[in-house]
Write a protein that binds this ligand. Structure first.
Ligand code: CP3
Length: 343
């Protein structure tokens, strides 16, 4: 796969170990508040309603593709969306994140979670997108640990102390919760692929609150199980977490085709830690995008050089910050597409 001419295939080709003509680029949280067209639509709607309304979710998914020229779209939804049909009462508070009124802190609460039912509205959104989009569509889900952080803490929390306390203090309950969330996530991701998602990203955003040994003991088996359960579908699988520098090697062994790297670990170092077994995705610090263009340009060039011009999907090291000027992202896409390893 050395001669890739269809620009809409760059992202998938790279995920599959091919060498497209240029480095593909998309941004985590590319659909959202940095885009004025998102804010305009959002003004009249609750975010969870937007996620559940196929025409709106599809429109918001396409906004960054139109404006920025990225090589992939990511389904507009949120990692907590499938928790609602599992019986969790939650809201997404602007500027805060998901908030759950009755956090799950014991076996009884965990056993009361319902199995996930098919999410027809999400699948319908994917259907619309496959008809409308030319670039590939990435489906996604939250990884069990990160979902557990929201369920147990009840909302965004520093270092997730209640979650870790339950993990150590009641390992049997913990593993039941992990298994239940892994089952739901796997079903949800399979359904997304069935509806047309062409790649899958598993967000284990808060994984970095654990060290490698704890991650391996308490979380990793669920990631591997999800990756294994998707393998036969033949779509690329990406796993991403923040603060996972110490266990990139473990993530590379889960069966994932691509490992997302946060901004803390240089990509050449990440390559060494993953032993060249997977493609890498990342990892410009999102805060760099708030700096003047010459700074963004220099830092992005450094990411590209360390990425080595192969086996690398350009992205940020975490999501786009709401204050980011979309013009900066637009210029970044242009710069990445114009860059070659020997330039
Ligand atoms: O293009 C995209 O990537 C957007 C789709 C998307 C959203 N959430 C929409 C959203 C994706 C991929 C997510 C994933 C998500 N949600 C993660 C994993 C990625 C990550 O950032 O680590 C996590 C941890 C969440 C939980 C969550 N939901 C947070 C932390 C927030 C931000 C709270 C805030 O207001 O700052 C949300 C809300 C949310 N999800 C917004 C969007 C566009 C902003 C809400 C708004 O419009 O008010």
């Amino acid at each position: 796969m050395t001669d890739i001419t269809d620009i809409n295939e760059r992202f998938l080709a790279l995920c599959r170990g091919g060498r497209p003509d240029v480095t593909p680029v998309w941004f985590m949280r590319q659909a959202g508040r940095s885009l004025p067209e998102y804010r305009a639509l959002r003004a009249g709607h609750d975010i969870l309603d937007m996620c559940r309304t196929p025409e709106l979710a599809a429109e918001v998914t396409m906004q960054p593709v139109r404006r920025l020229g990225v090589d992939a779209a990511i389904l507009f939804s949120d990692i907590v969306v499938p928790l609602v049909p599992m019986g969790v009462e939650l809201k997404i508070v602007s500027g805060v994140g998901p908030v759950i009124d009755s956090p799950l802190r014991d076996a009884g609460a965990i056993d009361s979670l319902k199995p996930l039912s098919p999410q027809e509205d999400v699948l319908e959104t994917i259907g619309i997108l496959r008809r409308e989009l030319r670039v590939p569509l990435i489906g996604f889900g939250g990884a069990p640990f990160t979902l557990a952080c929201y369920l147990i803490e009840g909302g965004p929390a520093k270092s997730h102390v209640h979650t870790r306390a339950l993990m150590y203090g009641a390992p049997a309950v913990w593993h039941r919760l992990m298994d239940l969330l892994a089952d739901a996530t796997l079903e949800y991701l399979r359904a997304q692929v069935g509806a047309g998602a062409q790649a899958i990203q598993l967000f284990d955003s808060w994984a970095g609150d654990l060290g490698p040994l704890e991650y391996r003991e308490f979380v990793l088996p669920t990631i591997t199980r999800i990756m294994d359960g998707l393998a036969h579908l033949g779509v690329p699988r990406i796993v991403f977490g923040v603060g996972t520098g110490e266990f990139l090697g473990l993530l590379a062994g889960t069966g994932a085709d691509v490992v997302g790297v946060d901004w803390r670990t240089p990509l050449d170092e990440a390559r060494a830690r993953t032993g060249g077994r997977v493609a890498l995705q990342g990892n410009l610090d999102p805060a760099v995008c708030l700096a003047p263009w010459d700074v963004v340009h220099a830092r992005a060039a450094d990411v590209l050089v360390k990425g080595g011009g192969r086996g690398h999907i350009f992205n940020l090291g975490h999501g786009v910050l709401p204050d980011t000027d979309p013009a900066t992202l637009e210029k970044l896409v242009e710069f990445v597409h114009g860059w070659t390893p020997d330039a």
